[in-house]
Write a protein that binds this ligand. Structure first.
Ligand SMILES: [Zn+2]
Length: 371
């Protein structure tokens, strides 16, 4: 061993065990990691793969070191909807299609976001649908049926979600019951912006909400711009300013809508948009060093495939051209296919393997606890 190697060893042990003259404990206290959960609604393997062929550059999701598969069936159906799918992540149980934050017997269950808020965590939700839509709502709401979006708007106001961005203004301000929600918005420390995402001088103790469309936001193809990535960066800026660990959910809501509509260009443009938000999350996590990033889907939608175009060949007629892709759809609904799970950061290895969707909840909790 050279002198330099001996010096390096001594130096490393000082880093690992601290300065013996310091009053600090000699072993570092583990800080719980931040968690960013990105949900591509309706994003099966072909949707994910489409970004390999139709993007301008390599997809950001190729940066994930850990891959798993999630089994998506709900308690009531082989094929889940987004409400049961998101409730599996948020409450850790499989429930019936349509349920938001409720178990199979329609009792309200605490969501992961509520549990973490009890422990002084910060929380945020971002979606390109209305913020009262099934996926985001399953993290703060408790209703028997997903269509109760007016009830969910009220529940969001009184929830402890610190930051949210999406659409759904009409469920707050053009209500069928004509209720004025402004007094509740003010008394719950919520600052609402209905015009644009804008950086703020973040105030302590205030919650920030951005409602930027009457219902869902417009598709990327119709001018949504870079909303999903920008909202993700804005949320991360907010959380950093407040200091406490955070749990952020980002949903690429309209990958699903492209699937339902059987419109390949719609679906793929939403997939590429979602991948840009994934890039923002990974950039933050790489710099921060203590952030767990998980990408998954609630279910596949559309029976989407990237199949070969055909070409005419003399004497053989029409044959597959394996060098030319085209979109194909098998259904205008969801399918029962397993969906991908990608993970990066502290305890990411927990997300390798094949498992039920509701165990993603347990994996996140145990990663936070460091178990
Ligand atoms: Zn759907």
């Amino acid at each position: 061993m050279t002198l330099q190697q001996i010096f390096s060893l001594v130096f490393l042990s000082l880093i690992n065990f601290g300065n013996p003259h310091s009053s600090k404990p000699s072993t570092a206290v583990r800080k719980a990691p931040n968690v960013i959960l990105l949900i591509g609604d309706g994003m099966g393997h072909s949707q994910l793969s489409s970004a390999l062929y139709y993007g301008q550059e390599e997809p950001n999701y190729l940066r994930f070191p850990v891959v798993g598969l999630s089994r998506t069936s709900s308690s009531s159906h082989k094929i889940t909807d987004s409400a049961a799918g998101a409730t599996a992540f948020s409450c850790g149980v499989k429930t019936y299609n349509g349920a938001i934050g409720m178990g199979p017997d329609s009792t309200a269950l605490p969501t992961i976001l509520e549990t973490l808020e009890d422990q002084s965590w910060q929380s945020g939700l971002i979606a390109t649908s209305s913020i009262t839509h099934a996926t985001p709502a399953s993290f703060y709401g408790h209703v028997k049926l997903r269509k109760q979006e007016f009830d969910l708007a009220e529940q969001l106001i009184t929830s402890r979600v610190d930051f949210f961005a999406g659409g759904g203004k009409r469920f707050f301000f053009r209500r069928l019951d004509e209720k004025n929600l402004m007094p509740a918005i003010e008394s719950n420390n919520l600052l609402l912006d209905t015009l644009k995402l804008s950086a703020k001088n973040w105030q302590e103790g205030k919650r920030y909400g951005y409602l930027l469309a009457e219902d869902g936001l417009p598709p990327v193809e119709e001018g949504r711009g870079d909303f999903l990535r920008e909202a993700t960066n804005l949320a991360l800026d907010y959380f950093k300013s407040q200091g406490a660990p955070f749990f952020l959910v980002v949903e690429g809501s309209q990958i699903d809508w492209g699937g339902h509509a059987n419109e390949g260009d719609y679906l793929v443009s939403e997939m590429l948009d979602f991948d840009r938000a994934i890039g923002a999350a990974l950039d933050f996590a790489e710099k921060d060093g203590n952030t767990l990033v998980i990408v998954t889907a609630d279910h596949e939608c559309g029976g989407f495939a990237l199949k070969a175009s055909t070409k005419k060949v003399p004497f053989r007629g029409e044959v597959n051209d394996y060098d030319s892709l085209r979109y194909s759809f098998g259904t205008d609904g969801h399918t029962g296919a397993m969906v991908p799970v990608l993970a990066y950061g502290p305890q990411a290895e927990k997300f390798g393997g094949i498992y039920q969707n509701n165990t993603i909840y347990e994996k996140i909790i145990s990663a936070i606890k460091g178990l």
